[in-house]
Design a protein around this ligand. Sequence first.
Ligand code: SF4
Ligand code: SF4
Length: 274
Amino acid sequence: MKKYIIPLLMLIIFESIAITLYITTKNIFYLFNFSYIGICLSFGIFLYIRKVKYARNMIQFAVGSYMLIYLGVFNLENMQIEGFWYYLFLGVFEAALIHYFVAKILGPLFFGRGWCGYACWTAMILDLLPFKEPKNPRKKIKFMPYIIFISSFLYVGGLFILKFDNLESIMLWSFILGNLIYYSIGVYLAYNFFDNRSFCKYICPVTVFLKPASYFSLIRVKNDLSKCIGCNKCKKVCPMDVDVVNNSRNRENGTDCILCLKCIEECPKQSLYI
Ligand code: SF4
Ligand code: SF4
């Protein structure tokens, strides 16, 4: 039963958010939105625990395409980083802002970078590419996420300062074109670095938000050192190059863990656990 605590915890967290937002905003959308995401996540993790193949990919598509297509394209909510700045500057507490606070700013205190493992619409495509285990050592490229993060802030700030009057349509096109650019760069890097998650490691501006709270994440992979034989199989399969053998929060690439649980699956001594 203990292993079903994580899906249950996920459901409780998301239902609490759904009910709280519904009560405070009186907007039924939040009840639907966060209940849907919570059910997808908890049911998907339940399937994963039951060893259903591709369970994680199924969750990624259920949540990721809902956000990309339903919220992004049909509801005209720019869910990318520029959408965050846009709604922040407008002073409107809309879906994109709430989404960032829940999934990317405060949520990681509980579930680390679960967003990246189970919900991101960019990674849902990149994870289908053939390089699931990185073939080469990680490159020392660290500045790009910060440059894109600051550029998106300046871009949206500039639109407000220059008083463009068709901001909604600019935001929609920024969202569509931005995603096309992200997918193209992501696929290009994956094939060049033989690593599906190169985009996440070297480009994604959202990591500027995700990493700090992930450091303190309640849910994290730990190692029972009394069982570990140091075979390093877990490190080999980790798509994010986390030194998961080391229990410290300062472990190498520790704030990159996407909770894919590959390492736990691979460990021959069952020494890794959540
Ligand atoms: S790092 Fe960025 S692109 Fe990768 S999964 Fe996380 S949010 Fe998505
Ligand atoms: S393999 Fe383990 S350490 Fe690496 S990202 Fe997945 S859960 Fe985290």
